[in-house]
Design a protein around this ligand. Structure first.
Ligand code: NDP
Ligand code: DGY
Length: 328
């Protein structure tokens, strides 16, 4: 049995499923950031120093400073995410550092959370639950339109991003007998869109026509701040916005104004800026805004599958084999 100092060091940015950690420890000297809170930047830099592999998640920004601090022995980074906006991919490629990520295994769970947010915002679940807890129910149920919601059936769905997750969401919504599915993006994707009858439109057309606008794109320079004041003005006043992508796609101040003034109907967000969203955020005081804490992929099955994949990718990278799910 090798002593820890002979094994490659893997720095692990937070606690992940124990089975995966045990597997990692069979071949590596595992150093886990323990603690109730996400690691601070300084803790991250201290942790990565001298590591041969990193097991990270989107909170850990991989940039020049981090790579320089880690050192030249760093061979592979496994991120517990399909999103890659936290990693300077060009720089990693330039330095020959392999990157593994977790596509596909989280598509179903993330799509299911998007559907949860669509249904919960459409049927005003936040308000329903608090009205019962606060004892408002008895006094207002005599009004037939009290807490009246929106129907998914017959509605126009607008998908911003028809990638793996966007397509999985659209397929599930099709089963609700929606009237139309629109999608927008940098390129039309007829091979994905045609089987579900989705129609490629411009961003503006999508905003103008959709009852539910669902953001499922990856983040890049084309879509940071995409949902700004002008975008909200183009949406229907009854429109519901759901975001499972990343918080930066939405200008949150503009969203607050749009929700408060009735420019749009409601929003369901699994991702925000910053994360965690502080309890003092004005968004949380709005009855027509539901926020979940970036847990779209968080089912037991998916989280274990993600962990297994990251471990596999790290082993492959350390042993000089092709990664199972490489980014490049
Ligand atoms: P994919 O790469 O399969 O899909 C991303 C899609 O985004 C592509 O189809 C791409 O289209 C599209 N896109 C890029 N830029 C734009 C734009 N400006 N407007 C519209 N569409 C655009 O990735 P996944 O579907 O697997 O994942 C998508 C994202 O979801 C991840 O990158 C991550 O940020 C987020 N995510 C969040 C989770 C959560 O817990 N909330 C869980 C998992 C993922 P094109 O080819 O035309 O550029
Ligand atoms: C992702 O995969 O990008 C999520 O944000 C984390 O599950």
């Amino acid at each position: 049995m090798s002593s820890p100092s002979q094994l490659p060091k893997v720095w692990v940015a937070r606690t992940f499923p124990p089975e995966g950690m045990a597997k990692l420890a069979t071949k590596c000297h595992v150093v886990v950031h323990e603690g109730a809170l996400a690691p601070s930047r300084q803790e991250i830099l201290d942790g990565v120093r001298g590591a041969h592999a990193l097991f990270i998640y989107p909170h850990v920004k991989v940039d020049k400073e981090l790579l320089d601090t880690a050192g030249q022995q760093l061979k592979v980074i496994g991120t517990f995410s399909v999103g890659l906006d936290h990693i300077d991919l060009d720089l990693c490629k330039e330095r020959g550092i392999k990157i593994g990520y977790t596509p596909d295994v989280l598509t179903t769970s993330t799509a299911e959370q998007a559907i949860t947010l669509v249904m919960a915002t459409a049927r005003r679940m936040g308000e329903c639950i608090s009205s019962v807890k606060e004892g408002v129910w008895g006094t207002t149920w005599d009004n037939a339109m009290w807490l009246a919601g929106a129907e998914i059936s017959g509605s126009v769905i607008g998908m911003v991003g028809l990638g793996r997750i966007g397509l999985a969401i659209a397929k599930r919504l099709a089963a609700f007998e929606v009237s139309k599915i629109l999608y927008t993006g940098r390129n039309p994707k007829p091979e994905l869109a045609n089987p579900i009858g989705a129609e490629f439109v411009t961003f503006d057309q999508l905003l103008e026509q959709s009852d539910f606008v669902i953001v499922a794109c990856s983040v890049n320079d084309s879509n940071k701040g995409l949902f700004d004041e002008a975008a909200f003005k183009k949406m229907k006043r009854s429109a519901i916005l759901v975001n499972i992508s990343r918080g930066v796609v939405i200008d949150q101040d503009a969203l607050y104004d749009a929700l408060k003034s009735g420019e749009i109907g409601a929003a369901g967000l699994d991702v925000t800026t910053p994360e965690p969203l502080p309890p003092s955020s004005p968004l949380l005081a709005l009855p027509n805004c539901l926020v979940t804490p970036h847990i779209a992929s968080c089912t037991v099955t998916t989280r274990n599958a993600m962990c297994d994949l990251v471990v596999e990718n790290i082993f492959a990278g350390l042993e000089g084999r092709p990664l199972k799910t490489p980014v490049f």
